[in-house]
Design a protein around this ligand. Structure first.
Ligand SMILES: *Cc1c(COP(=O)(O)O)cnc(C)c1O
Length: 381
């Protein structure tokens, strides 16, 4: 079997029972990281793998990024760092939310050698009074997001007492063309980071990397780009698609007389319509907004969503699909290609997010735990 191709029939017995099949192309993840690393030139590209690597699996993604050369990782909370540490024993791991609560919150940092990003005076005090003096940490400087980070007066007041290994800030509008806040944040960060001359500096997320060298500093923090999302949606996407999402048909039915479909009876199926119901719904991250507007690919033909999206089910009008493609157990493709040699793509990740009225970040992190996951194209294949 060619491990670098999207899922193809027949399926392994374990995935044959799942309502949805998610194929993650780890080769594409590695290529996307290399793309970002190349844009950074002599500077470093980290990998942001918070929220289970945006839903794709932190262990598989962490391993493949480390093999591609990624040496620094960012997660959101300490538990994610503990999990990641098992697969990247030698890497630097920063935890964006820092230590939460009391001194007991520091235990996972010390045990798994995680570096907190300290985001406010309380976190700085907690870390300094309980962590060993030499344990490295990062410091978040507020530059305009007004979410986390030391405001300027604190950043100045504390500068003489602190020696962070890294100072970061986060861009609020990097993906919006020419937003004035982006340059203001660059100016503010350039000034504040100079208060911490021994620390490395990091400002750019995926979109920030695309904005050019001024934004690169020492270390970039791309997340979305690694998973194939377009960092600057108004420009063509330079990154490789990572995901294939396919939904299993549970039932096929031809209606002989005009019928309505689903909750609220919002879809009218004329006599002769062929309906196929798949085993995935909004509980699997397929937003209700796709009702009566989304579509998938079946046998190379676009098949529309018929009626509302239910919690665990979606019905498609498959009347136009070739009859040999329509059977219970067939797969309707929402993201990616139907088979390795299909020329036509269903949606890209960004397209499906737009169709659902959301952003690729939310779509990715909502992807169901009920899907069978298959990793292809990783190191060694
Ligand atoms: C999530 C996150 C990133 C990654 O952003 P992308 O837009 O996914 O590249 C970088 N930095 C911080 C602080 C984040 O929270």
């Amino acid at each position: 079997m060619n491990e670098s191709t999207p899922l193809d029939r027949p399926f392994s017995s374990s995935s044959a029972h799942a309502g949805g099949l998610l194929t993650v192309d780890l080769g594409a993840v590695a290529d996307n990281w290399r793309h970002m690393a190349a844009l950074m030139g002599a500077k470093e590209a980290a990998g942001v793998v918070k929220a289970n690597a945006y839903g794709l699996g932190v262990e598989a993604v962490g391993r493949v990024l480390a093999a591609a050369g990624c040496r620094t990782f960012f997660v959101a909370v300490p538990e994610e760092g503990v999990q990641l540490r098992k697969v990247v024993p030698g890497a630097v791991i920063y935890v964006l939310s820092g230590p939460i609560g009391s001194s007991e919150g520091l235990a996972p940092f010390l045990k798994s050698n995680l570096r907190p990003i300290l985001n406010c005076a309380d976190q700085v005090a907690l870390w300094r009074s309980h962590a060993p003096g030499a344990a490295p940490y990062g410091l978040h400087l507020e530059t305009g997001m007004n979410r986390l980070g030391l405001p300027e007066f604190e950043a100045r007041a504390m500068a003489t007492n602190l020696a962070p290994s890294l100072v970061i800030s986060h861009l609020a509008c990097a993906d919006v063309p020419n937003h004035p806040l982006t340059e203001e944040q660059l100016r503010a960060f350039t000034e504040l980071r100079s208060l911490y001359p021994t620390a490395r500096a990091s400002l750019a997320n995926s979109a920030g990397v695309m904005l050019g060298r001024d934004y690169h500093f020492d270390l970039a923090r791309p997340g979305l780009a690694l998973y194939g999302g377009n960092p600057l949606p108004h420009l063509p996407n330079p990154l490789a698609q990572v995901l294939t999402l396919q939904l299993r048909v549970l039932q096929v039915r031809r209606v002989d007389t005009p019928q309505s479909v689903g909750y609220g009876a919002t879809y009218r199926a004329p006599a002769g319509t062929v309906l196929a119901t798949v085993a995935a719904g909004y509980a699997d991250g397929l937003l209700r907004s796709l009702g009566n507007s989304g579509w998938g690919l079946l046998g190379g033909v676009r098949v529309p969503v018929a009626g509302r999206v239910s919690m665990d089910l979606i019905t498609f009008d498959v009347s136009e699909a070739p009859s040999q493609a329509v059977y219970s157990g067939a797969l309707i493709t929402l993201i990616g290609r139907e088979t390795a040699d299909s020329t036509e793509q269903a949606h890209t990740l960004d397209e499906l997010a737009t169709e659902a009225g959301t952003i690729p970040y939310e779509l990715l992190t909502s992807l169901s735990r009920r899907y069978a996951r298959r990793y292809v194209g990783g190191a060694g294949s």
